[in-house]
Design a protein around this ligand. Structure first.
Ligand code: NDP
Length: 334
């Protein structure tokens, strides 16, 4: 009997992309060399933009959405992977030009796969997902630029979101003194539980400020952008570094060159989507050693596939705390 798969698919409806549940079969999947039994996916900000239509993520239609997937290899034409291998795919243009993880089986290119470290279950790999792996890339970038846990403050903006929560947990675990910026006062205990020592109101970073402000941060991980990022850079101490991950508050950068040329501040751009494999493997290896699983569990909600549209709406409104795993096997009959 032909197996029916349930996918979240973006299609052209009257000239506009519209996402809905669709039934597919294995014959519909792309002809890539590894077939993965998908156990779970996740909801990242980018998934929210894709599903709600608030951002143009898919560059071809029809498109199976979901920028992440974790599962087990079912079939492989590549010598690198064998049935039963536990694997994760983050980015690689999934949900943009390549079919993604909101489905129970997917064919992917062998070079996109990273082995899930033994430390993590498949659900935990998706609790980390693109957001967590991006947070790890940001920590690695700060380390490379000389930021060390020396007792000075490091800042995480968008702290109660996905990238932010994992960045707080990672930095605190590594011994940094973490300040978390959030717009949600009700997340104070949550952020302290992840290891933040100081919480600031994100409103304090939203007013356009002077090009050079009081030096406060030894380093920062920003997923907000806009005026917030400009202020963070202006408050970064001499020889400090800022890792730029996102644009939840805006895509512009209304600042000046002064922090860079007068304080030697560095700006590190983080691209998780097409990061080379060696960098991914390093990030996943470091996540396995540096991320406290109890903290990861505390920030994770597991939701059935049926809730993915509501969760997409919620994440673009900034209403999701931490990370959400989508159980793609808990399908429409659940
Ligand atoms: P989340 O929605 O989980 O987190 C974003 C957080 O930003 C929110 O929780 C909120 O935190 C804060 N925020 C939201 N809106 C505003 C606003 N208008 N002004 C100030 N702060 C705001 O998203 P993710 O963590 O999944 O992604 C965060 C960003 O990083 C997104 O822009 C995403 O596209 C980008 N990203 C980039 C990647 C890369 O490769 N560079 C990979 C992954 C994500 P709080 O409530 O605490 O204030």
């Amino acid at each position: 009997m032909t197996e029916t798969l349930t996918a979240v698919m973006l299609e052209d409806v009257d000239g506009k992309p519209k996402a809905s549940f669709k039934s597919l079969t294995l014959a519909d999947l792309p002809d890539h060399d590894v077939l993965v039994d998908v156990a779970c996916s996740t909801v990242n900000y980018k998934d929210g933009l894709a599903l709600t239509g608030k951002g143009k993520i898919a560059r071809k239609l029809p498109m199976v959405c979901g920028v992440d997937l974790a599962g087990t290899v079912a079939e492989s034409r590549s010598p690198d992977w064998r049935p039963g291998d536990r694997v994760v795919v983050n980015g690689w243009n999934l949900s943009e030009t390549e079919w993604g993880g909101y489905i129970q089986k997917q064919r992917v290119k062998s070079e996109w796969l990273v082995r899930v470290p033994d430390a993590f279950t498949l659900a935990e790999a998706m609790a980390i997902g693109t957001a967590g792996y991006t947070a790890m890339l940001a920590v690695l970038a700060l380390e490379q630029l000389g930021v060390r846990p020396d007792g000075r403050e490091v800042l995480v903006t968008g702290a109660a979101g996905g990238v932010g929560s994992i960045a707080v947990a990672l930095l605190a675990g590594l011994g940094y003194r973490v300040t978390a910026s959030t717009g949600r006062a009700e997340t104070l205990d949550y952020l302290k539980g992840l290891g933040a020592t100081t919480i600031i109101d994100r409103g304090s970073l939203l007013e356009k400020g002077l090009p050079l402000q009081r030096e406060r941060w030894a380093g920062a991980i920003d997923s907000v952008g806009g005026v917030t990022l400009a202020n963070v850079i202006a408050q970064t101490a001499r020889q400090g570094a800022v890792a730029v991950c996102g644009l939840a508050g805006g895509a512009d950068l209304p600042g000046s060159v002064f922090p860079f040329i007068l304080r030697g501040v560095s700006l590190a751009g983080i691209d998780s989507v097409l990061a080379p494999r060696a960098k991914r493997e390093l990030a996943w290896a470091r996540l396995a050693t540096d991320l406290d699983r109890a903290k990861l569990d505390a920030m994770t909600t597991i939701a059935p596939f049926t809730q993915v549209f509501d969760l997409a709406e919620a994440i673009v409104k900034g209403q999701i705390r931490g990370r959400t795993v989508i159980d793609v096997r808990a399908t429409l009959t659940a």
